[in-house]
Ligand binder design. Structure first.
Ligand code: THU
Length: 140
């Protein structure tokens, strides 16, 4: 990923985080995805009184990317604030993997900026992905 897009990703994720709806956990998260086409798509977590119905920031950013017509992730940035650095939940690792290569960078940020960068493959090794199903005959 071109590093010159990082500040843009960080500010998009921060802006989305500032609008997070997290009255139950109090933990606000913002995510921004840079698509291979060059678009920036952001999302925030949206909680719900029925707790399991809440959605993660990454899921929102992914939905925005797909709705905009983009299908490939070039880079992801996630921002939150707390004693431990944010990292995507297991379900979101799988969601991101659907549209990303193993080497796509995932930048983890807090109030001071990007603190760590990992890859999608590091977050979800030996993934079950679209390639696992490629070439299969559909049974029905
Ligand atoms: N959350 C995210 O939005 N993304 C993450 O990477 C970790 C967790 C949200 C879900 C929930 O609204 C809150 O953070 C606390 O788990």
């Amino acid at each position: 990923m071109p590093d010159d897009r990082l500040p843009e990703l960080l500010s998009a994720a921060r802006a989305a985080r500032s609008r997070a709806y997290a009255p139950y956990s109090g933990y606000q998260v913002g995510a921004a995805i840079l698509s291979a086409a060059g678009g920036v798509h952001a999302g925030c977590n949206v909680e719900n009184a029925a707790y399991p119905v809440g959605t993660c920031a990454e899921a929102g950013a992914l939905a925005a990317m797909v709705a905009a017509g983009d299908r490939r992730i070039a880079a992801v940035l996630i921002v939150a604030d707390g004693p431990a650095l944010v990292a995507p939940c297991g379900a979101c690792r799988q969601r991101l993997r659907e549209f990303a290569s193993d080497d796509a960078p995932v930048h983890l940020a807090d109030a001071s900026g990007v603190r760590r960068t990992v890859s999608v493959g590091e977050l979800l090794p030996l993934a079950f992905g679209p390639d696992t199903l490629a070439g299969r005959e559909h049974a029905g």
